[in-house]
Design a protein around this ligand. Structure first.
Ligand SMILES: [Ca+2]
Ligand SMILES: [Ca+2]
Length: 179
């Protein structure tokens, strides 16, 4: 996975997911708002980043060079179907390897910012997560203000009209992650 400037997203890679059979990869990340690219192909697809601990195929070659993405398989017409699932959206998308040594690129956009509840001196989100949000959230949480309803059950999903521990957890997690 790459961000909108095509820099690798930390922990945004998977070379076969543990616990599943066959050619399946899973990336599970808390993502801030922005544009992201998924690069999907078969073995061996590599940039200069090492595999993550726990990958089923952790020792495949990687590139010596930054800024390139390569694939070493001449196979074509491979099914590369993928799904993108968030707390409130789940999409299954068909994809096919485009050509020999090819990589399929998908683009998706993350919107929303859980911990951005207010701006400096204004009661609406300002696109920045800072101490103003921290103070506003805790004041709202303590007083039962709907401003503190930032998530649904399981500390995920859209606001559910209830202010409870799920909102508290969702806010803390998002605040710590900067969104
Ligand atoms: Ca803010
Ligand atoms: Ca809630």
């Amino acid at each position: 996975m790459y961000n909108g400037e095509f820099f690798p997203v930390a922990s945004g890679r998977s070379d076969d997911a543990g616990g599943t059979s066959g050619n399946r990869s899973t990336i599970s990340l808390l993502l801030g708002p922005g544009t992201y690219f998924l690069a999907i192909s078969d073995a061996n697809t590599a940039d200069d980043q090492p595999s993550l601990f726990g990958d089923l195929a952790p020792l495949r070659p990687i590139s010596d060079y930054r800024g390139v993405l390569v694939n070493s398989s001449a196979a074509t017409n491979l099914t590369l179907n993928y799904s993108i699932t968030s707390s409130d959206v789940s999409n299954q998308i068909r994809a096919v390897k485009p050509e020999r040594y090819g990589v399929y690129f998908a683009v998706f956009t993350v919107t929303g910012c859980v911990a951005d509840v207010v701006g400096a001196g204004i009661p609406i989100p300002d696109g920045i997560v800072d101490g103003n949000d921290f103070i506003a959230f805790f004041n709202a949480y303590a007083s039962g203000d709907p401003l503190a309803d930032v998530a649904g059950p399981g500390a995920s999903g859209p606001p559910d009209g209830i202010i409870d521990g799920d909102d508290f957890i969702a806010f803390i997690n998002a605040y710590a992650a900067g969104f």
